[in-house]
Design a protein around this ligand. Sequence first.
Ligand code: ATP
Ligand code: MG
Length: 327
Amino acid sequence: MGTTLSLVVPSGPLTLGNLLGAIRNWSGEQRGPETLYGVADLHALTLEHDPAAVRRLTMEQVALLIAAGLDPDRCTIFVQSQVPLHCELHWLLEATAYDGELRRMIQFKEKSAKQASVRSALLAYPVLMAADILLYGVDAVPVGEDQRQHLELARDLAIRFNSRYGETFVVPRAVTPAVGARVMDLQDPETKMSKSAALAAPGVIRLLDPPDVVRRKITRATTDNGTDVVYDPATKPGVSNLLSIIAACTDTRPEEIATGIGSYRQLKECCADAVLSVLTPLRQRYATIAADPGYLAGVLRHGAELAASLGSPTLARAKAAIGLVPA
Ligand code: ATP
Ligand code: MG
């Protein structure tokens, strides 16, 4: 396995979906400095944003990544804006990308359609994402469906740059992410739980929600017609979501869980217990980490140095190839 990179965007407080679907897997894949994890704060500037919230969420997410098991001695933990190489390479790739191909991105079309004025950063976002990946020579990129087109763009840019200016970048390829649970919104189990949902969204469990809030959200989760507790996402999306959550929290299979539960009420109690058994220790570790800003700053300083040293040979090669410094 070569270099790997996974980032979260501080677009909202992290959710149970982020933990069970992604972050938990990351902590099982720490193979030294070349496994990079972090917070992509620059990506949070593509839509209307609150500066104080981005700053606060960035630090909160770093602390939660560590609380969830990422170990600064076994991986690189960094904040994107603290590693200026991302922006430097971004500009070289802006000069490689075409306006037309960026306008064709489905996410750009969808997100820009919802706004009166569109930041040019929204159009440029996939190019910055390409810079994130190409900077570190990441070969295999685990991407969900929503990022597949952006990864295609990163590939196209790498291939175009290499053929125009000479072999510079590793051409990345998309791989299916390690199967984590896909957690659905508790109020709308046909939709994925997302951190950028409204802060008060009742179907989204945030990792730092107090225990009574977690319990209340689960108690009020949408269930399905009938009374049987069976795992069948197609006909029973609400019940199946709760079963999947329990299974992910307790390392079992949802079908097995279903056999031991007799009512929706019992299902919800069991789900709340399972979720709290994961979130309570996480909250405690978070509290310890967040109480020591010096520690966090030190982790990030070290992470930024590691990331810069990993990325600088590629950036230097790219600058020489494109004509900015002598080859
Ligand atoms: P946003 O609403 O800003 O897109 P998000 O909650 O979808 O936020 P991302 O930053 O897009 O989170 O993704 C971070 C990681 O969390 C990715 O690896 C993604 O696959 C995973 N993830 C996000 N939501 C879920 C979910 N509901 N279930 C499982 N995994 C998820
Ligand atoms: Mg998302």
